[in-house]
Design a protein around this ligand. Sequence first.
Ligand code: NAD
Length: 408
Amino acid sequence: MRDGVVRLKGKGLYKVVPGRPERFKAYRVQHNQARGPYKGGTRYHQDVSLDLFKVLAAEMTWKTAIADVPFGGGKGGIKVDPKTLSSEELEALTLRYMYRLKPLIGPDLDIPAPDVGTDGTIMGLLLRQYTDGERERHKLRGVVTGKDTRIGGSEGRVRATGQGLAYCIQEWFAERGATPAGSTFILQGFGNVGSNAAEILSGLGARLLAVNDSGGTIFNPAGIDVNDLVSYVYDNPRNLRRTVGGYPKAQQISKTDLFDIEADICIPAALGGEITGPVAERLKCKLVAEGANDPTTPEGDRVMAKRGIELIPDIIGNAGGVTVSYYEWIQNKRMEHWSETEVNGRLEQAIKSNYRIIRDIARNMPRRTATHNSSRYTIGKEIDMRTAAMVLALKRIEAHYQLEGFSQ
Ligand code: NAD
């Protein structure tokens, strides 16, 4: 720092004027609470808008219904690039955000969680501000999820989304009387969702052939050692961008080549809109298992359907995170702390039974088994998996309007 000017790596300069106030646009959208308290992440990003939060809040309404957790949908955040703020500034901004939000938020009203640009530390700050001055603070811990495990966060939350995706993939194989062992997959995104899904799948005997992320694309036809790649990306202090690019035990290829690689499964776990029509035309896989939100465009969907490529839609594929958020909320209410084994046992049962219901809706095969009951949800004709997931969401929400007389 010189003359109150901070030099940021590759991001130019910004001026610190101690004590000078600055305004930021902050949002919280509450979309639907027919099934329970509003639930959804808090995003700190420079490109957010009210319209974006409305879309994301609605998606949470569908996702909580599909995961069958007793929550509705919400989303919010601040228009700011958190990387341009010092930790003190970020703390001040976060505390102020909750100060203004407090009347609208609560463990039984609206429950934020981490999203892009926020993490467990930010959740701790939101909790601190929310409980400030309260005499029975411990009763309010469930006001945010995604907390550090030492202050009421759940075991298994960090891996939950990748774990949920792996359970869906296991179920997809189980329908065919098989397991992921011996199968191959390609992956886009090696962050929280992608790296955890890859670790779990490789533990089940699947072979990772190629990965693309924001810093490069790597390919090894003999298979990539996922644990070794995790160390290269996350434990290597020189890998500042946390990228798979430059990984020495694989060929460096171009991003466009990724989707030409023949594999059983393609897992998009990075950004939205990556599987476009032309990309879907090139895919040489049997299954696209969506970890990212909205990775496939409508044209991509049409091409995949035409080519007979199967789909695990995002809304169930990445529902593991919100499911374990619900477990965190229950643990907070009951003042309990469950083991990771207990969390994963419940998660597996929940994800697999909801996946089976969606599959039965898609095939128009109403069934009542020991693990799931799809008889209420089929609609008398076969539909694609993405539509089937929406049917499940809307029917579960509809029940509250019809039977409970919910109106809002
Ligand atoms: P993350 O920030 O941990 O990782 C993102 C990954 O995407 C990184 O490997 C990054 O390099 C890569 N990436 C970014 N831009 C890219 C580009 N242009 N091309 C290729 N790769 C690129 O994020 P995450 O938490 O793993 O989330 C990934 C996706 O999953 C997002 O769509 C997110 O909304 C969705 N999701 C995450 C969770 C969760 O619990 N983390 C839950 C539900 C949905």
